[in-house]
Design a protein around this ligand. Structure first.
Ligand code: TMP
Length: 208
């Protein structure tokens, strides 16, 4: 059985984390590790149904508290039915977003506050990732990247620049506070450089 490891990836929309998750997944699989790739919200049947509800533009009247509770519900389902079992089997779990996203988007972006978000996610805090990679980008750069994407925006991406600015500030605050867990990466760096930094840190952890 391999050494289990839980890694999450965080940042505002358009920060480039999906590319890096894919590259790390390929890298670790190439080295023979058993890797589980998952995402939030989603990653299990029930959580994907909640995701569809959360991102549906038709749900424009969703209250901020409903939104926060749905993210927490999707997370509880994913952690208990997918992430914990995988870690118990000695797998490496790569998760696209985790609880920091709720604190940044709902706590700061929607202004519900960190205390409320951490409170409704209290049980999840016993299962925090071993490493979190935070892709730091200016909101202006992120907004530019989003508008260049050739796809429809989702409900969250329609929320506007000031929401993203608050969310961005939230991520920066969380990354500074939890710097023992969160590794801040310059998302403006090249894909190759970022990938190199990530693999150095992950290799180091696995070889400890
Ligand atoms: P994605 O685009 O990275 O798949 O994430 C979907 C959207 O959900 C994205 O706009 C960020 C948002 N989100 C939250 O607002 N709170 C959360 O807790 C999570 C996990 C995601």
């Amino acid at each position: 059985m391999g050494r289990s490891l839980f890694i999450s990836f965080e940042g505002i929309d358009g920060c480039g984390k999906s590319t890096q998750i894919r590259l790390l997944n390929e890298y670790l699989k190439g080295k023979g590790y058993d890797v589980l790739l998952t995402r939030e919200p989603g990653g299990s049947v029930i959580s994907e149904k909640i995701r569809a509800m959360l991102l549906d533009k038709a749900n424009s009247d969703m209250t901020d508290v409903t939104e926060a509770l749905l993210y927490a519900a999707a997370r509880d389902q994913l952690v208990n039915t997918v992430i914990i079992p995988a870690l118990e089997e000695g797998k490496i779990v790569l998760c696209d977003r985790f609880v920091d996203s709720s604190e940044a988007y709902q706590g700061f972006g929607r202004r519900l506050g960190s205390e409320y978000i951490l409170d409704i996610n209290r049980r999840i805090l016993d299962h925090l990732p071993d490493i979190t990679f935070y892709f730091k980008l200016t909101p202006e750069e992120a907004q530019r990247r989003i508008s260049n994407m050739k796809r429809d925006t989702d409900r969250l991406e329609e929320a506007g620049i000031s929401f993203f600015e608050r969310t961005n500030e939230g991520f920066n605050t969380i990354a500074e506070r939890d710097s023992d867990r969160i590794v801040t990466l310059n998302a403006g760096d090249t894909i190759e450089n970022i990938h190199q930094k990530i693999t150095d840190i992950v290799d180091d952890y696995l070889n400890r």
